[in-house]
Design a protein around this ligand. Structure first.
Ligand code: KG4
Ligand code: ZN
Length: 344
């Protein structure tokens, strides 16, 4: 089965064609980062308009890259939530309409299920069951994954998501949007231990997390080293290092607990923050100590992309699931509301 995948939940327009036999045939991405950087964050209305502008050309390019004609597609998968309502509406409308025009089934995909299954696109995919750490700009969740759609939430952040904490901290230091990747680059030059920030909620049992207090602690330190509204590059690097170490340590402690609690020996990380090298290395060290194995997507599929949506949609379509003609994007959509496909 060959599936066209469309992702437009936030600030990246992603398109891909996935073939259940041959794997990924083509994928393309247009990032709106430069457009939103001017405003210091995503402007929803601009995001929607740009998805409309970029989507048709990206779809055409993917078909060309894959050497396919319209009639070669067996189904269309589009992100239906969670995300920005206007942005979701663009991908959902385009995806649903193309499926109708081609007379093939369509499937509304949950954005976080896409992230969760993204490591399945790699040559050596993880096998069920596993513990998944989903770390993105909007979510930080630990999930017990028994199969497609069989997700038990083990714990999540009570306030900011890890990616959000990266972005807000970067902004406080005067770095451009989105600060996460840049902050982690700067952290690599920083001295460990000069600034030590709290590891939130690690002394309490359980798998809940919280990152807003950490942000406040960082804000105080930034204020204390700011001279004439400027933080020196050395202070920036040392603060970034302290901040990143605190987040990564916290995530490692929670992942260790989740592995021990479930007894699983497979750990998956996905979502934008799983591109963070320090997080990957630290969780790899944890996995070795716990006699477990760590899996993550290639870097370009950690952040938002069309390939993960094409893959997740293909699995559900193969299992016989279909979405009807209605277009109902859901800005909020708990992963726990997903069902296990009947034939899975
Ligand atoms: O999954 P994603 O592309 O979008 C959402 O679904 O939210 O994740 C984006 C988030 C942003 O907060 C971004 O700053 C963060 O992932 N991110 C990183 C890194 N790369 C992306 N955070 C830390 N280190 C990175 N290398
Ligand atoms: Zn995402």
């Amino acid at each position: 089965m060959r599936v066209l995948g469309i992702e437009t939940s936030c600030d990246e327009t992603g398109v891909a064609i996935y073939d259940s036999e041959a794997g990924l045939l083509a994928h393309g991405l247009f990032s709106q980062i430069d457009m939103h950087a001017e405003y210091g964050g995503v402007v929803p209305e601009l995001a929607s308009r740009d998805h409309i502008r970029k989507l048709p050309a990206l779809i055409r390019t993917c078909f060309k890259e894959a050497g396919l004609a319209w009639g070669d597609i067996d189904g269309v998968a589009y992100t239906s939530g969670p995300g920005l309502i206007g942005a979701l509406m663009v991908g959902a409308t385009v995806g649903r309409s193309m499926a109708m025009a081609w007379d093939v089934p369509a499937i509304a995909v949950h954005h976080m299920e896409g992230h969760l299954l993204a490591p399945m696109l790699e040559d050596n995919p993880p096998a069920f069951p596993f513990v998944a750490l989903l770390v993105s700009g909007g979510h930080t969740q630990l999930i017990d994954v028994s199969g497609i759609g069989d997700y038990e939430l083990l714990g999540e952040t009570l306030d900011d998501a890890a990616g959000e904490a990266f972005d807000k901290t970067a902004k406080m230091m005067g770095l451009p949007y989105p600060g996460g990747p840049l902050l982690s680059k700067i952290a690599a030059q920083g001295v460990a231990g000069r600034f030590v920030f709290p590891r939130p909620m690690v002394d309490r049992p359980g798998l809940e997390m919280s990152f807003s207090g950490l942000k406040t602690a960082v804000r105080k330190v930034i204020a204390s080293v700011t001279v004439d509204e400027v933080v020196s590059p050395v202070d920036q690097a040392d603060i970034a290092r302290g901040f990143q170490d605190a987040i990564v340590d916290t995530l490692v402690i929670k992942c260790r607990r989740a592995l021990r609690q479930t007894g699983h020996k497979t750990l998956v990380i996905a979502g934008g923050v799983s591109a963070n090298l320090h997080l990957r290395e630290s969780l790899d060290g944890l996995a070795k100590k716990e006699r477990a194995v760590l899996f993550y997507p290639r870097t370009e599929f950690c952040t938002d992309n069309g390939a993960m949506i094409a893959y997740a949609g293909c699995q559900r379509l193969l299992a016989g699931e279909r979405s009807d003609l209605s277009i109902q994007p859901r800005p909020r959509w708990p992963l726990s509301e997903l069902s296990i496909p009947e034939s899975a």
